[in-house]
Design a protein around this ligand. Structure first.
Ligand SMILES: [Zn+2]
Length: 122
């Protein structure tokens, strides 16, 4: 396995332990982000307060991403249904798109219903 030396802790770690284009390993990177937040908590909070609408959108995106990262579309749909509000249809559509994209990219997992929807069923 090819190892890369972390510019921060100096340990040799495999490439999977690094974010793309980063010279510090994931652990060090996370630590530095956390450290930055700790040192600049006031500034960050102030900025967030000043940009309430942006912050709201960020939180919503975060929630949606979390939801969409689930592998099981059924459970995603159940959760979306359980959520109230006008986001319902938009989220459902996004989940469907996400699942389709995932299946398109997957070389080995193509369920029948997916192929049928694509018009590729035998
Ligand atoms: Zn490191």
């Amino acid at each position: 396995m090819i190892l890369k030396t972390c510019s921060c802790c100096g340990q040799e770690k495999p490439f999977t332990e690094y974010y793309k284009h980063h010279n510090a390993c994931k652990m060090c990177h996370r630590a530095s982000v956390r450290d930055y937040h700790d040192r600049n908590r006031e500034k960050i909070n102030e900025e967030r307060r000043a940009n309430k609408h942006i912050e709201r959108r960020r939180k919503r995106k975060q929630r949606e991403r979390k939801l969409l990262l689930r592998t099981n579309i059924e459970s995603v749909q159940r959760q979306i249904r359980a959520m109230s509000g006008d986001n319902h249809n938009r989220l459902l559509e996004a989940a469907r798109r996400f699942e389709n994209r995932k299946l398109e990219r997957s070389p080995w997992f193509k369920p029948d219903w997916f192929l049928k929807a694509q018009g590729k069923a035998a």
